[in-house]
Design a protein. Structure first.
Length: 464
């Protein structure tokens, strides 16, 4: 399966670079009426009071062909993933894998994680099969070692999201199913049934719903040794609800323990935290898909969970373990310094763009994207990961006109009162351009902002 995925990405890259988007460009012609049409878009979409910035560069001539407020700093939202991708490909390499290791000391079982964001329940099942086949019939404690990352699960500047929000991930060196738990509530003839996925005794469900209540709230609460899912509200409510899990390493290890017990392995001790001892024997190692694949998924889907785990891994590899947000962003700064961007021009606190402390200018992003396309070592991997207008990812349902579809590859960014779009486009004048559109501190509805972005891209493609 892994080889098939590698081949898929390889042929995708070849297809992209054979497409018109990456053919040679003709000299740039800037139409005189662009400014007038651009201002019409601003007025018709009510953007006069929006904090707005735009820069467009012709790659062939390496010249800025349009700029408006492009030196100003904006919150980039998920455009930060551009920086995370390029830094990770540089520091870790496209073939880098995230390992999860199992050790045994003839008494205790140890699991050590290195931040795999893609570990799924099927992988845990595979690990339990290997452990059982190894011949282990009895275990005292199961010890999880999540020391490869520091204990900071959430980034600075993240809005205090409830666990109901899946936008803000919980970052850990040991994770499972993006550190989510799903609560399924079904109403039937025999009454209400509440089940969990993955099925586990890690949580105790407390159902306090009543017939005369309105709405439904589901909260997670943890004490020193107990974890609860507390359900309140309308007792007739049903549906599937997903929540973030605190202490993901303990959660994942508990599920591993329960699966081993189903295999007939006797476990007399408990799930506990610790460090793998030098005397432990390595039983097996599970490796993730290569970083190339993970970045492809991250950028196409704008996945925050992948981004933060990749950033911490960058920090651990570029510096020393444990990986942290700070160490990861320090590696980003090193990369940006190499292309002439200083800390006075940019501020980054995380890998996903969730932090509202992040700041960069359209000019800065254009500079980064220009550097990316000139770096043969990583440009194929990076550009292939960007959503394609009207085709896939977060741009699948945007920019679907004949001029734009397939001719724009860009990273989207969206938060409350923040919108951004940056990437590459092939224009009707057969020019390859880089663009960055950034907006923040507005009160307009997001769909209206996105429509305006699309109109601007259409105008750029028609005129440059």
């Amino acid at each position: 399966m892994l080889k098939k995925r590698k081949l898929f990405i390889y042929f995708l890259i070849i297809g992209i670079f054979a497409s018109p988007l990456f053919l040679s460009c003709l000299p740039t012609n800037v139409y005189a009426d662009f400014e007038s049409d651009f201002n019409d878009i601003i007025v018709k979409n009510g953007l006069q009071k929006v904090n707005f910035g735009l820069e467009v560069m012709n790659i062939d001539s390496q010249t800025i062909i349009y700029s408006r407020n492009s030196e100003a700093l904006f919150m980039p939202a998920s455009n930060v993933k551009i920086l995370t991708s390029l830094t990770a490909l540089t520091v870790l390499g496209a073939d880098y894998t995230f390992n999860t290791e199992i050790f045994y000391d003839d008494t205790n079982l140890f699991i050590k994680g290195y931040g795999n964001p893609d570990l799924k329940l099927s992988d845990i099942i595979e690990l339990t099969d290997i452990i059982a086949d190894y011949g282990i019939i009895a275990i005292n404690d199961i010890v999880y070692d999540n020391s490869y990352f520091n204990e900071e699960e959430c980034g600075k500047g993240w809005v205090n999201e409830p666990r109901a929000s899946l936008v803000a991930p919980r970052v850990s060196a040991i994770s499972l199913n993006k550190n989510h738990i799903s609560i399924l509530i079904k109403q039937g003839k025999l009454g209400k049934k509440i089940s969990l996925y993955p099925k586990t005794n890690y949580f105790t469900v407390l159902d306090s719903t009543k017939a005369d209540e309105m709405g439904l709230t589901i909260n997670l609460k943890s004490t020193d040794d107990k974890n609860y899912i507390i359900i309140k509200g309308d007792s007739s409510a049903s549906g599937e609800f997903t929540r973030n899990v605190d202490n993901p390493a303990a959660y994942m290890t508990t599920i591993l323990k329960e699966m081993l017990e189903k295999k007939g392995i006797t476990i007399t001790g408990k799930v506990t935290r610790g460090i793998v001892k030098d005397s432990c024997k390595n039983i097996c190692t599970h490796s993730s898909n290569p970083l190339l694949y993970l970045i492809y998924y991250m950028n196409k889907n704008s996945d925050n969970f992948y981004a933060e785990h990749i950033l911490k891994a960058v920090g651990a590899k570029g510096g020393t373990p444990p990986g942290s947000f700070e160490k990861g962003t320090n590696e980003v700064y090193k990369l940006l310094k190499g292309i002439g961007l200083s800390k006075d021009e940019i501020r980054i606190f995380d890998g996903s763009g969730l932090s509202r402390y992040n700041l960069i200018s359209p000019h800065g992003l254009v500079k980064v994207l220009a550097s990316a396309i000139s770096e043969w070592g990583i440009r194929n991997e990076f550009i292939s990961s960007l959503p394609i207008a009207g085709v896939d990812g977060t741009l699948k349902h945007r920019l679907r006109t004949s001029e734009c579809k397939g001719n724009v590859r860009a990273k989207t960014g969206t938060m409350l009162s923040v919108s951004s779009l940056a990437g590459y486009a092939y224009t009707q004048n057969k020019n390859l351009i880089i663009f960055s559109i950034m907006m923040d501190n507005y009160v307009l509805d997001t769909p209206k902002i996105k429509q305006a972005e699309d109109k601007i891209i259409e105008l750029i493609i028609k005129n440059f």
